[in-house]
Every structure is written in C-alpha cells, then in structure tokens.
Design a protein around this ligand. Structure first.
Ligand SMILES: Cc1cc2nc3c(=O)[nH]c(=O)nc-3n(C[C@H](O)[C@H](O)[C@H](O)COP(=O)(O)OP(=O)(O)OC[C@H]3O[C@@H](n4cnc5c(N)ncnc54)[C@H](O)[C@@H]3O)c2cc1C
Length: 283
C-alpha cells in the first residue's frame, strides 16, 4: 500500500481513471452487496464457505467492494473453544471469543453479506467452465468465485480438478499461494485451511489478503477500502478513488456514536455461553 498523501498514492489513485469509474463510491450504503435481492438462478459474486473469523473477514472485504457475498457456515468455529482471547489487537484485557465472533458476523451483515447456517457438501465447476456450483443441503447455488475458509474441511472440494490438497497427520489443507489464490481459477483459500498459523489475527489478516486478491482478479474498480475525512483526496484535486469514501465531520460523529452504541450493547454483560469442549473431553 503506498503511503497516503505521497506521489505514489496520488498516481495510484489517478491510475483508476482509465476504467471510467474514477471516484465512484461503493454501494455499501445501499446494501448492493446483499445476494438476497438477486433472482433465484443468478450467481452470487462470491460464495464464502466458512463463518469463522477468516470467512467473515473475507466477506466483509468482498461485500464492501460491492460483490454480492453469501457466507455459509456449518456451525462451530474452532475459536469457540478458546477460554479468553488475549492476543487479538484492539482489546487491552482480551475479549470473549464468542462475543468477537458475534460482532464480526454483525459487521459482515452490515457490510452487505448474507450469512447462512448450512453445510456445503460439494463444489464443482459449472458445466461451461465459468464459475462454480455448490451443493448446500440439497440446494444448488452458483457463484462466480469461491473463498474456502473451513479450517480443515476440504472434503467438499476434493474432486475439483487441479486443486492441491495437503495432508498432514489427520488434517487436510488447501495448497494455496500466500495471497490466497489456488491452482483453480476463481477459487481462493483463507485462514487456517490455507496453512496459515493457528492464530485468530493471522486467520483474519490472511482472509483480508485473499479477499483483496479476489477483488483484484474480478476487475472491480478498486483502490483501497478506506474511509477518509472530507477533502482528503478532493482538496488535492483528486477524485475519491473507487473503494474509498470521504465523509464530513457530521457523518464522522454520527458513525462514531453508532459504533460506541454497538460496542456498549455487546460489553454490558458477560457472554452467556462458555467455551465448547474438545470432542474427546470426557464429562
Ligand atoms: C482451545 C483453543 C484455544 C485457542 N486460543 C487462541 C488464542 O488464544 N489466540 C489465538 O489467536 N488463537 C487461538 N486459537 C486458534 C483460533 O481459534 C484459530 O486459529 C482460528 O479460529 C482459525 O480461524 P478460521 O476462520 O480459519 O477457522 P474457524 O474459526 O474454525 O472457521 C471455520 C468455519 O468453517 C465452517 N465449515 C467447515 N466446513 C464447512 C462446510 N463444509 N460448509 C460450511 N461451513 C463449513 C465451520 O463451521 C466454521 O464456521 C485457539 C484454538 C483452540 C482450539
């Protein structure tokens, strides 16, 4: 990322002129990333398989880039086994991991994702070679691109031609590049399933990287996902680059109040649920 305010940043922003959509804002306020509004047979732009911190973070980025995004999660995230999360930045005394997951899911929905609880049972290329078709508990859903964020579940993608699956002990992983891309065009892997370190912030950060790789491949006009104060670009004669937004002081204060309210509600009382035990733990 070029440092803001430098010639690099300016040139990078202006370089988006060529696509004729310079300065276009994302439609995140309009909920344009919500696949609920699509016709039944329309493909979603992005299917995210997995709703742990990796899948939800990937969805936040793709939906905010105006790609219709469906997040499907089978159930438990491994993070629900954690007792108290003390190394995720931004929480000086740690945070209840179940609270963090719930807040991240709300954030994904606010960004425009549809989040659904179901199991993806199989994933194939569509017959015309474009995009994918997923089996979701008896229903067929088509998607232009897919992000796999399932920690160690690779059974549903095992038949995809060209995809590398790495087996280590009892665990399987997707053979992915550091940027999340795989040998299968349009298929990405994020978080632990992409052999990333078994840490929450790493899973989230890698998922953001994988989502940004996907956005880049989608040819969506994009600079960065930034919210800047009014005039940050325009006072310097630069149109607001795609993916970015300038907000005035009144709007900044409104958003700050809304964020304080959202946090206050979540932290008013302890989370009702404790950690999920390991399946091998006896009573
Ligand atoms: C006891 C314990 C304590 C931990 N403590 C810490 C800690 O203190 N700090 C730290 O940084 N990390 C900790 N971790 C590690 C951390 O929880 C993981 O690294 C992180 O949660 C991985 O995120 P992920 O999104 O890749 O996977 P997950 O959070 O496991 O998400 C995987 C998602 O995929 C879904 N899924 C799987 N298969 C399918 C399918 N076929 N269809 C649809 N959905 C599917 C699952 O339901 C889930 O939603 C701990 C882990 C454990 C077990």
């Amino acid at each position: 990322m070029p440092p803001s305010g430098t010639d690099d940043a300016r040139e990078d922003a202006v370089a988006h002129d060529g696509d004729g959509q310079r300065g276009e804002r994302t439609g995140r306020e309009t909920g344009a990333g919500d696949p609920a509004g699509r016709a039944p047979d329309d493909p979603v732009d992005v299917l995210v398989v997995g709703g742990g911190v990796a899948g939800l973070t990937a969805g936040i980025y793709t939906a905010r880039a105006d790609l219709s995004t469906l997040v499907v999660r089978a159930g438990e995230s491994i993070l629900e086994r954690n007792a108290h999360l003390e190394n995720y930045p931004g929480f000086p005394a740690g945070v209840n991991p179940r609270t963090l997951l719930e807040m991240t899911e709300v954030q994904a929905e606010r960004a425009g994702c549809t989040v659904r609880t179901a199991t993806v049972t199989d994933l194939d290329r569509q017959a015309d070679g474009e995009g994918f078709e997923a089996g979701i508990e008896g229903e067929r859903v088509t998607a232009r691109r897919v992000i796999v964020a399932t920690k160690n579940d690779t059974g549903f993608i095992g038949d995809l031609e060209g995809l590398g699956i790495v087996t280590r002990g009892s665990k399987t992983y997707v053979d992915a590049d550091p940027d999340g891309s795989t040998e299968v065009e349009g298929l990405y892997a994020a978080g632990r399933v992409a052999e990333q370190a078994h840490q929450t912030v790493v899973a989230a950060g890698h998922a953001a990287t994988a989502a940004l790789t996907l956005i880049d491949d989608s040819d969506r006009p994009y600079y960065h996902d930034w919210v800047a104060p009014e005039g940050y670009f325009t006072d310097r004669g630069i149109d607001v680059p795609p993916g970015c937004e300038e907000i005035d002081e009144e709007e900044r204060r409104r958003r700050e109040r809304a964020s304080m309210e959202a946090i206050r509600e979540r932290f008013e009382r302890p989370h009702p649920d404790g950690p999920t035990p390991h399946p091998d733990q006896t009573e």
